[in-house]
Ligand binder design. Structure first.
Ligand code: PLP
Length: 577
């Protein structure tokens, strides 16, 4: 009989890929993610589990989570600490490792959470935790809150993730890893751990490491003063650090790039932008996706499942079924999803939405470049376009220290008052956007609005979730939508010009807002109310896009281009190949 310990060792020895991410949306009840990056990490792991990829994942265990958002009576965001007990959901590991931070020993414990794939294959996620016995209180605080962004706290968290994570995997017997995948620069201190481990041989580190960048804006990349890094890591910092990570300060992206054999952006355009931003680095792209089964609403899933076949589910051919679904069935299933959303909405908001009215949704992190208030640029024109014919649902959290993001939330709530009082237009801002609310919204709205400042959205994934559910995208041509709209312009609408066309490098808020109004007036509203069949047909086109914008396709691409798994003869799995 195999004992548990031996089985665990055997399992560890066959894992090849270690996936490091500051946040992972592993489950909607585990509030340790803030937005798209974490949800993508969760979807990646869900697909990797379905595809039986020999992966293990590492993140931090934020025991106070990312905050719960309340919208107060005046329309402001108020943050509330989350109370949750993860000791039921997670298994505490016997293994405790030690790190030196500011010259003092910090103990790092780890919890395990398992993601189960369709065939029963599991991927362990290890969550690192310094809130354990033997640490002083200030050390216990290190892993309390996600993105608690004093530079000191942030460096320390990234040290725990990268160096702590690397150490933990060694301690647990992961001795045959061929690829360390750093999901965003937060994990780049891992390379310093590997640099030590491989006797300062940069080539060996590079052979083992790959890096995915997610930020097309220079300011979005983590940079730290060297004095801070030296203070935290002392003589752990290698002499060559400035060659690896930048002269003036330590840029986590530069560090990751110097130390990786393969680097990618997350959409075609983002690959191009990243290449221009980091001259000399070879940067590929692998366009993001979402996990189809997770993000397709239950009514549509049921329709699909009515087509009994023995195909492997969720492959490209799965999506072919959409062309066989009856108009009425598709429309009915969409309206059931809409009903689910509005039921939730009505019990959580005082603006009661109407099932028969075209519903436009907008929900994502509230950060400046996403221009949440763009559609309110000209309220009188918006009113003319939408009176009685459109209602709006908004949601999203602003980072607690992002006053600008918070002011946008307040503005939208003010617009809600004004639009109702002056024009009887319904606009509701739903509080506490999370994966559960996201699923309701991307399933139950009719149109999904996305209008970032052009080329700031590396990929965007909520629009992919919407498309899976037959919700039509109305979006700026940025990130994934450049590719999606090109593949099938009937899957939604494009706001403004395409890359390469005159004017594509200017962001003119007024012009783009005007473009939205015109599209609503001439295309979206008339089609929704007067050409239902055309609308339903477009829903089919939208759903069919899911055949590309899903994480099964994405993970296969990583396996092939980044993990070199296809070449590893030792690895074979019917699902995977
Ligand atoms: C999918 C998702 C996001 C990402 O949305 P984008 O449109 O890509 O910004 C953010 N937050 C939550 C909770 C999500 O489910």
């Amino acid at each position: 009989m195999v004992t548990k310990g031996t089985a665990a060792k055997k399992d560890a020895a066959m894992r090849r890929i270690a996936y490091f991410s500051m946040e992972i949306g592993a489950h909607s009840d585990i509030p340790t993610y803030s937005g798209g990056l974490g949800v993508l990490a969760g979807d990646t792991i869900r697909s990797a589990a379905d595809l039986e990829i020999p992966m293990v994942a590492v993140t931090l265990c934020y025991d106070k989570g990312y905050f719960f958002q309340i919208i107060n009576g005046d329309g402001y965001q108020v943050e509330h600490e989350i109370r949750w007990d993860f000791s039921d959901a997670f298994e505490l590991l016997p293994c405790v490792i030690e790190l030196e931070i500011q010259g003092k020993t910090v103990k790092v414990g780890a919890w395990k959470y398992e993601v189960h794939g369709e065939s029963g294959w599991t991927i362990p996620i290890y969550l690192l935790d310094t809130d354990i016995e033997g640490n002083e209180q200030w050390q216990r605080n290190f892993t309390h809150v996600l993105y608690d962004s004093t530079p000191f706290q942030r460096v320390v968290q990234e040290v725990i993730l990268g160096i702590g994570g690397g150490k933990l995997l060694d301690c647990l017997g992961y001795k045959n890893l061929t690829t360390y995948h750093m999901n965003e620069g937060h994990a780049a201190f891992l390379t310093l751990y590997l640099f030590k481990k491989y006797k300062e041989n940069q080539k060996l580190v590079r052979d083992k490491t790959i890096f995915t960048t997610h930020t097309p804006v220079p300011a979005g990349h983590d940079k730290f003063d060297y004095s801070l890094v030296y203070d935290v890591l002392r003589d752990y910092v290698p002499q060559e650090i400035k060659d690896f990570a930048g002269k003036d300060n330590l840029n986590m992206t530069n560090l990751a790039i110097s130390m990786s054999r393969y680097i990618n952006g997350v959409s075609m355009k983002h690959g191009e932008i990243s290449t221009a931003m980091f001259p000399g680095a070879k940067i590929d792209y692998i366009t993001n996706g979402v996990h189809t089964r997770y993000w397709t609403n239950r009514h549509l899933t049921k329709l699909f499942d009515n087509f009994e076949t023995d195909e492997i589910p969720r492959t490209a051919s799965f999506f072919e079924k959409v062309w066989k679904i009856d108009d009425d069935d598709l429309w009915r299933s969409h309206n059931r999803a809409k009903c689910d959303l509005l039921d939730y909405e009505k019990s959580n908001h005082y603006v009661l939405m109407d099932q028969n009215v075209l519903t436009i949704g907008f929900a994502r992190r509230f950060t400046g470049y996403k221009r949440a208030t763009l559609i309110f640029s000209d309220l009188e024109r918006l009113a003319r376009v939408s009176q009685g014919k459109i209602q709006f649902l908004f949601a999203g959290k602003a980072h607690p220290r992002d006053e600008w993001g918070k002011s946008l939330i307040k503005k939208i709530n003010d617009h809600s008052e004004y639009l109702w009082n002056s024009y009887r237009i319904k606009l509701a801002f739903l509080q506490n956007y999370d994966m559960d609310l996201s699923k309701l919204m991307i399933s139950g709205c009719d149109v999904w609005l996305n209008n970032p400042i052009r080329y700031r959205e590396a990929s965007g994934t909520s629009g992919m979730k919407a498309t899976h559910n037959g919700v039509l995208n109305l979006s700026i041509l940025d990130g994934w939508w450049i590719e999606g709209y090109k593949m099938d312009p009937l899957a939604g609408w494009a706001i403004g010009v395409a890359p390469g066309e005159p004017g594509c490098d200017v962001n003119d808020d007024a012009l783009e807002a005007s473009n939205i109004y015109t599209l609503l007036e001439n295309d979206v509203v008339p089609m929704y109310y007067k050409k239902k069949q055309e609308w339903i047909n477009r829903m089919r086109h939208a759903i069919a896009l899911g055949s590309y914008f899903n994480t099964h396709r994405m993970v296969r691409e990583y396996a092939d281009k980044a993990y070199n798994l296809m070449e590893q003869a030792r690895w074979s799995s019917t699902n995977f190949l």
